[in-house]
Structure formats: C-alpha cells, structure tokens
Design a protein around this ligand. Sequence first.
Ligand SMILES: *[C@@H]1O[C@H](CO)[C@@H](O)[C@H](O)[C@H]1NC(C)=O
Ligand SMILES: CC(=O)N[C@H]1CO[C@H](CO)[C@@H](O)[C@@H]1O
Length: 738
Amino acid sequence: MAEEESYPLFETRRAKGRVIYTIFSLSLFVGILFIWVYRVSHIPREGEDGKWAWIGLLCAELWFGLYWLLRHPFRWNPVFREPFRHKLSQRYEEILPRVDIFVCTADPGIEPAVMVMNTVLSVMAYDYPTEKLSVYLSDDAASDITFYALLEASLFAKHWLPFCKKFKVEPTSPAAYFKSIASCTHPNNHVNELVPIKKLYQDMESRIENAAKVGQVPEEVRPKYKGFSQWDSYTSRRDHDTILQILLHGKDSSAKDVDGNVMPILVYLAREKRPQVAHNFKAGAMNSLLRVSSMISNGEIILNVDCDMYSNNSQSLRDALCFFMDEVKGHEIAFVQTPQCFENVTNNDLYGGALRVIYEVEFHGLDGLGGPFYIGTGCFHRREILCGRKFNDQYKNDWKEYKNIDHMKEGSLHELEEKSKALASCTYEENTLWGKKMGLQYGCAVEDVITGLSIKCRGWKSVYYNPQRRAFLGVAPTTLPEALVQHKRWSEGGFQIVLSKYSPAWYAYGLISPGLQMGYCYYNLWVLLSWPTLYYCIIPSLYLLKGIPLFPQMSSPWFIPFAYVILGDSSYCLLEFLWSGGTIQGWWNDTRMWLYKRISSYLFAFFDIILKFFGFSESAFVISAKVAEENVSQRYEKEVMEFGNSSPMLTLLATLALLNLFCLLGMLLKQVFISEGGLRIYETMALQVLLSGVLVLINVPVYQGLYLRKDKGRLPISVAVKSTTLALSACVLFIAIS
Ligand SMILES: *[C@@H]1O[C@H](CO)[C@@H](O)[C@H](O)[C@H]1NC(C)=O
Ligand SMILES: CC(=O)N[C@H]1CO[C@H](CO)[C@@H](O)[C@@H]1O
C-alpha cells in the first residue's frame, strides 16, 4: 500500500538527441558569426554603390542572428508528460475537487449559438461526478438568443448526459458525435436509442437556428421563463444591467436528468456593461466569472475554453487533475495548458493555422524550462493562484479538507442569484486589485499570456499536456485576412507585454529561469521582425535589377557560411515541421505564412503600437470568424488562397510580390538583350537571384489571385491596379535615381 501511495500520478520523459542538436546549432552559429564578420569587413568604401544598402543588411543580419539565438533554450530540453488517471481514481475518487468550467462567447454573429452549445454540452458531459461540476457561460454580447439557446441546451442535456454515460459516447459534443458516427461504417449496438436522441438534437438545433435567423426568441417561450424579464432593462450590448441566471442547480429539484441523477450546475452570465466604463474584453469577462463562480460553486480547479473549442475527450479533466494532485510535484503547478488544436485544418494547412512547430516542439521545450504560456483556452487553473496567491514552499493543497464543505450558502436560489449579480457589476472592481494583482491582467491584447507570465513571476510552474488524442478541438481561420489579423493581435499583445510592468526582458529577471525569459522574448518580439524582413524582401531585389552585388560571389570562400546557414537552417526547419506531423507542401505554405506575417501582420501591429502610444487609437479586440460562407469553405477545402476584400495589408503583400517579380524579370531581360556580362551575373549575384527567385515562387498564389483567378476569393481589381502601379514605379524610380 505504501509503495502504491508513493507512485507518482504523472511521468515526465526527456527528449532524445539533444547532443546532436547542440552540435548542429553550434555549427550554425559559427556560420552566422562568419556572416557578421563578412558584412563588417566588406563594407563598400565611401562613394561606392550600395554602401547604405550594405549597412542595412548588416543590421538586419545582426538582428536575425540574435533573434535566432533566442529560440535555442527551448529546444535544449523538451519534456513530455503522461498522467495516470486510473491511479488518480484509485487514490482520490472520493475527494475529487470541484471543477468550474468557463466558456466565453462574445459575438453571436461570428460565433453561432449552436456551436457554443455544442461546446457547453461537451464539457457538461465530462466523465466526472456531476455534483462537483459547474459550467458557466459568459456572454459578452448579452444576447437573449444565446440565453435561449442555453435554455434549450439545458433541457437537451437531461437526455444527452445519461446517453453519453450509458454508451460511453466520444466525443461528447453532439454535433461532432453525430458527424463521426455518420462517417463510421460498422453498425452501432445502440441504434434504437440513437435515433430518438439525434431527433431531439436536430429539433433543438433547428429551433436555435431559427431564432438566430429571425433575431428573436420565439414568442411562446418568453413568458414561460422568468429569465427573459432581465432583458427589459437592456438597451444595447454595451449598456445593460448584469444578467445572471442559474439554469441548473442541485438545489432545484427539477435539475435532474431523465434517469434521476443530479445535473452539473449551469449558469448564464452577461456582466453589467456601461459605455463609460472600460470592460476590458475577455479578461474582464473572466474576472467576473471568477467572482460569480466563487459565490455559486467555488470550484478549486478552473477550466476555461473558447466557445468554439469542444471537448474531444471526456477524460481530460481527470488527466489534468493528475498533475495537480500529484503528491510530490503537484503543489508547484499553477496551471495545466493543453495545445490549441483545430478540427478544420486541411491537409497542407494553407494558412499555417495549426501552429505545429509551436505546439509539438517549442511548448514541450518551454515545459522543460518551467512551463508553457497560458494561451487563454484549454487551460486548467487552480483558483487560488489565478486569484493572486504567491508561491511558498510550504504550500500544500489538502484535497481532503474540501470534502465536506458545502459552498452553497443558505437561502434560496433566487437570493444566490441576486448576491452573485452584485459581483458582476461594472463598478465592483473600482479601487480593487482585480486586473492588476488578482485574476486576469488588464490592458494587454493577449491578457492570457501576460497573466501566465505574472503567475510564473510569483514562483509557480505550469505543465504542458499534449495528448495524442486531442483534449479540445476548435476552428482555425479559413481566410488569409483572418489569419493575418489574428497574428496582428498576437504580435501586438506580445510587444505590449515586453513594454509592460511584467516585461520578460527585465522584470522577470531572477524570477523565472533565463531560458524561459528568452522563450517569452522570442514570442513577444515578433513585431520587431517586420522591418528587417521587409528590408530583405526589397533591397537585394532592387540591387539585383541594377546589377550591384550585395552578397559574396560563388567563388569566394565567404559564400560558404551563407550557403551553410541557409541550407542548414531550412533543412532543420523542414525536418522539424515534418516531425511535428506536417507535409512538405504544408511546410512550404507555412513558410509563406511566416513571410506574410512578418511583412504585414507584424508591421501593422508596429504602427498600431506607435499610434496607441501617442494616444491616437483605442484598443479593439477582433474576434476571428467561426463560420464561413459556402463557397469560401469550398475553396478552403481545396486549399485555394482566400483574399476577399481589399485591405492595406493585401495591397502591401501584392506590391512586394510584384516588386520581386519585376526585379527578377528585369534582370533576365537585361541578360538577354545586353549580352555583355552574360552568364556572369549568376556567378556574382547567385544569392540575390536565389532570394528573389524564392520570393517569386512563394508568391505564386498572389500572382494567381491578382491576374488569373476569376472566383470571388481573388484579389480585388483595385488591389491589382494599386499594387502593379506601386511596384512598377518603385522599380523605375530606383533605376532612375542612380
Ligand atoms: C477526437 O476524439 C475521437 C474519439 O472520440 C478520436 O478518434 C479522434 O482521433 C480525436 N481527434 C483528434 C484530432 O485527436
Ligand atoms: C469555419 C469553417 O470553415 N468550418 C469548417 C471546418 O471544417 C469542417 C470540416 O472540414 C467544415 O464542415 C466546417 O464548415
């Protein structure tokens, strides 16, 4: 028995091959040093062509090299975790903690109610004692249709939960489950029960969809539920009282499923909003949820998921608890983060949405250094720590202590609702530490990452749990502009963190491991990559057109470090991508997105930061769309790039693509017509030709979108005209000036 007790609840494995990796990266670093030396020692003399271009390249290469160094710590020591959930239930089944699950939604137009309900239902059906489970839906749009949908879902859940339990249904999101069995050919043993439950689901779905379509809750439903009366004082989504309704609660005798079992607690919350009071976006919503839930269920563990991320494994809650409840290491762990995985990423992942290398390689590495970031979804927290507790070595969570505490206060459900409402009012946080030292941090576009960092700075660790079978599945962006805008927000938020009080560059010094510090900087300095990348995409090509070499020629010994670094680094990236489960085509697509993010998302984020700094613009939180129109999703399935409307970002991308095309073509024409020099240019300017050539190849979808495609997803004519004019005049001007 004693031996059994001491067996850990989870295991940590270290990756192999670290020595080879270290040797390889050292050799690359030597190559980079040679490149720097070459640049410094070969600066053209005063009066020679290309002096300033050369110095620019030197700066860009210095920055690329330094940034490259930052990525190393989290490749040195990746770790992989495996929980043992049967041990958990052997030891702790009786004293499992309460768990509160937060689902946040913000816009019913972009996040359809049916999708949100599937997420809610999937987490309600976790394989977990229902009396210890509570689900909270925060609706930042305060939409009565979402409330109506949740009402419908609570009724359907009374059938769905017993059904899931009885037939061990996986996944527990009804939509995903029905889809998975429709494609599955072997006969089920529960056909008789399947048909009625599917009918119930489809009826619910069509009622919700109808209500959403007409934009109104059915007339006959309103008077039946008193909850709707709370919308009487509603004027707009930015101006209303707190709306809070406990839809299911153990106190209420009707909150039983069809088999008579207790249901999880289910709560709808739309916190108070007033136009003159900052609502702090998702961080504000999460903090209201933290307070309201502390009154209603006060779960020790909190899981938060985005409204599009349904649970794909009914055991993942128990898996996460293995980390928290482990006797030896559990007490240091503040949160357990799962990767953000997507259901609708196509095979070759045109927009690099899967973030493969980040989740399969880099986060494991961060875990080895003290823990991954908190990324705002699919994350399990300890309530106390999220609410600001500092680490101390004596801290031990005595899970048994909670066993008999009943957090339900005396009094009726109605009283409980009224008391909880006060906690979600928009004046509650005035003169408190909420948003500063408690709960999620305010004032940053990536509130989750900065909150995770502040928790780490208080001495806690986190754990990365990346199971083969995904714990949650969400929806990735399906158009190019969406993907770019998402990265704009991330990079902007990241840079805000660097400038914030919690800057990983200085504040975190001594509080977290230096490797982790570098890891945070690596992700948060994205914005600063835009200028050097832009420079590299423009200047060498223009000088190619003019015939001035900026790189060593092939016969020079200095050519070797360039060739080695280029080949070595790209093969390494390719291998890492393939190892993470990608395809070769996928890597090519990912490289394209890597480029586009740098020259558009990060650049625009940079301007936004500057504008905000001088007070010219307000923060905005752009939510990415979770549904696509019919023909858009057809093109998405076929992996045809979707450009859509004209926007400055697209114009910029197209201009740069064309600029490179014109430079390369111009150079070729010169070769044909002015034959002196002849083939020598490939000798003297091989690297510049290669760079332009790769840029042209990678931009093939842009040329197609500009001139060849006829469908609606192409680049608009206006963009074609603007970008062609801009690129041509840049080339002509550049030639004319010199
Ligand atoms: C989701 O869960 C199902 C089982 O319900 C499993 O077969 C599938 O592989 C999971 N999906 C992913 C992406 O892990
Ligand atoms: C938003 C979107 O395009 N969702 C799609 C995700 O992928 C599934 C299957 O590939 C589609 O059915 C969804 O429409």
